[in-house]
Ligand binder design. Structure first.
Ligand SMILES: C[S@@+](CC[C@H](N)C(=O)[O-])C[C@H]1O[C@@H](n2cnc3c(N)ncnc32)[C@H](O)[C@@H]1O
Length: 274
């Protein structure tokens, strides 16, 4: 079977609205790295159907559901495996209905090539990611639009002015918290699900935070080291043993999308579900 990019070469119109050939190389490689032969593919953002036809030709046994806000008059008659439907990427209830109907057992491969607007793409991710199978790939295309000053929610890259001392570097650098760049950066959090849900982070009792702050002072650490029982009591408070307050997050893992890996390429972000 020819690769995605080999097939794409025979279709490629060169129209800048369609994806560049290198994206197909990235997808072929990413699928092969995960050992994934997708049997269920969701494409959001079809335009004139070029990428949909390429996917359908490369994975003839896969079922492909292709959604777009504006249905065009595209001839998919040679592709029995494509279902082409009108759908807004922000319409979560319609998307769920479509996925429940066509992919009741989940989906292997998702490509969001629709609006490229951060908060809309985020809505789609939140709705679709739970349907992704373990080991499945979720692709966010064209996140680089977030660096374009002219893009609707884009902003050009700027170096943040931070002082050289690590102690006073702000925790949040307010460059690109929003838009497509902010969206894909937020996905990085989900690769750290273990740390996010760590007892110390999720409980964060006032006492634990006070102890951790005090531990920064060497003299106090030295003092604690001289009293092993005090030290182990303090460590117990930090780790949450004997805490009477319950975690503010009832089941912290349930609502955090679990990513096995997150890869950034020029133009494309590929998230693999754990
Ligand atoms: C970049 S084009 C898709 C190109 C196509 N995947 C390809 O590579 O040949 C983006 C498509 O997303 C659609 N779109 C834009 N906003 C959308 C939304 N909110 N929901 C669904 N589709 C949307 C547009 O109608 C357009 O057809």
């Amino acid at each position: 079977m020819p690769s995605l990019v080999e097939i794409a070469r025979s279709f490629h119109s060169g129209n800048p609205v369609t994806k560049p050939l290198r994206y197909y190389e990235i997808y072929e490689r990413s699928l092969s790295e995960e050992g994934l032969q997708p049997q269920s593919i969701l494409e959001i953002g079809v335009y004139e159907g070029e990428s949909t036809k390429i996917l359908a030709s490369r994975f003839p046994s896969a079922r492909i559901v292709a959604l777009d806000l504006n249905l065009r008059d595209i001839d998919f008659s040679n592709y029995a495996n494509i279902t082409y439907l009108q759908c807004d990427q922000t319409d979560a209830s319609r998307i769920r209905g479509i996925l429940d109907e066509h992919f009741p057992n989940g989906v292997d491969f998702v490509i969001d090539d629709a609006s490229h607007i951060g908060h809309l793409s985020r809505l789609t991710f939140d709705c679709v990611f739970p349907y992704l199978k373990s080991g499945g790939l979720y692709v966010v295309e064209d996140w680089g639009t977030g660096y374009m000053e002219t893009w609707v929610d884009g902003r050009r890259f700027e170096h943040a002015k931070t002082a050289s001392s690590a102690a006073i570097i702000p925790k949040t650098i307010r460059s690109h918290d929003f838009g497509m760049v902010g969206f894909v950066k937020s996905l990085a959090d989900y690769t750290a699900v273990g740390d996010i849900t760590d007892t110390r982070a999720s409980r964060g009792s006032l006492l634990a935070r006070l102890i951790l702050s005090a531990a920064r002072f060497r003299s106090l650490t030295k003092l604690a080291n001289r009293f092993p029982r005090l030290k182990s009591w303090l460590i117990g408070r930090i780790n949450g043993s004997g805490e009477t307050t319950s975690s503010p997050v009832a089941n912290p893992r349930a609502d955090i999308p679990q990513l096995r890996s997150l890869k950034f390429f020029h133009g494309v972000c590929v998230a693999c579900k754990a």
